[in-house]
Design a protein. Structure first.
Length: 127
């Protein structure tokens, strides 16, 4: 509980701390890269969703509605997802993987499958 900035009754706050190590795919060498995610956030609880929406633009902290009661595991999941890097990458890619890549680039490229078009799935939906 913390004193309210508006002079009303004290506000309920939640500090959420979490850390996780997830295995992502390095976008440079395509090998797994262990990526640490760290969450340390403060949330201020407000009465309901409408209050949260009304106050959201005017304050820096994150707001959570008390009703409906939020599922804290969902909140935690969202926070961890937001910490995911857009482009996961090794700081220094493992040399063995890089050696394998340059070896395959020197020859045998004809056997490589064509690059997957990420929009191909969308084209199917259009029909
Ligand atoms: Zn890498």
């Amino acid at each position: 509980m913390r004193a309210s900035t508006s002079g009303g009754p004290p506000d309920v706050w939640l500090q959420l701390e979490a850390d996780a190590l997830v295995s992502l795919t390095c976008q440079r060498c395509l090998a797994p890269v262990a990526t640490p995610l760290v969450v340390d956030r403060w949330f201020r609880f407000v009465a309901d969703e409408a209050t949260a929406e009304a106050q959201d633009d005017g304050c820096e902290e994150d707001l959570l509605a008390l009703e409906p009661r939020p599922n804290l595991l969902d909140v935690l999941e969202d926070e961890l997802l937001m910490e995911l890097p857009l482009v996961p990458m090794h700081e220094v890619c493992p040399a063995s993987v890089l050696a394998g890549l340059s070896a395959s680039a020197d020859g045998g490229d004809q056997d490589a499958p064509p690059p997957r078009n990420p929009f191909a799935a969308l084209a199917k939906l259009k029909k």
